[in-house]
Design a protein around this ligand. Sequence first.
Ligand SMILES: *Cc1c(COP(=O)(O)O)cnc(C)c1O
Length: 226
Amino acid sequence: MDIKFNISSILSELSGTNAKLIAVSKTQPIEKIQEAYFAGQRLFGENKAQEMAAKFEQLPKDIEWHMIGHLQTNKVKYIAPFVALIHSVDSLKLLQEINKQATRCNRIIPCLLQVHIAKEETKFGFDETEVISLISNNEIESLTHIRITGLMGMATFTDNKDLIRGEFHTLRKIFDKIKAMRFSSNVEMKELSIGMSSDYKTALLEGSTLVRVGTAIFGERNSVKN
Ligand SMILES: *Cc1c(COP(=O)(O)O)cnc(C)c1O
């Protein structure tokens, strides 16, 4: 895989949009991340807290680390000192813990709420009613060390582009609706985190601001060398 070439191809597709590229480096060794770094990439996504913390230690400090995977409350402490954005918030309990750890670190941690838009069954993510009820909760205002800055979603894993576009469109509508409403001052809809290797082009059509791309940059994960 020519990491530098892949990054520049994707960046050229993002030019003229509002989207930033997050290079999803989960399971990738340090050397590959360095290669992306030397190609100018600064935003990286990981889905495991301890793996992210270990990579943070070993890599340049101007990297922005994005947590994109399900986060257990007892793991928040590993990433709270440095994480740039947590995309995968799926409960009030997790938000409370992020607030607690952020307070300890004397920082404010931006968070996205994960919304379940795919057909596939998954344990993670809110539906529209749950998102609105969460951000309407009076307790949100008291969480002074978090900001809710947008929504994240994953489309169904399928070749059916219309289905994918429809799911992204649904999320986009929820995003726009919330944006037009008034909530606590620490809720501000700015980021729409949609799109992965197989569907980021579709996500751009629905206004993605953060695409999370792994295999299209680094190649298949855990495969024999190619
Ligand atoms: C792994 C992962 C990605 C990247 O997937 P690719 O298909 O490799 O681009 C994006 N988002 C989430 C939440 C992931 O877990």
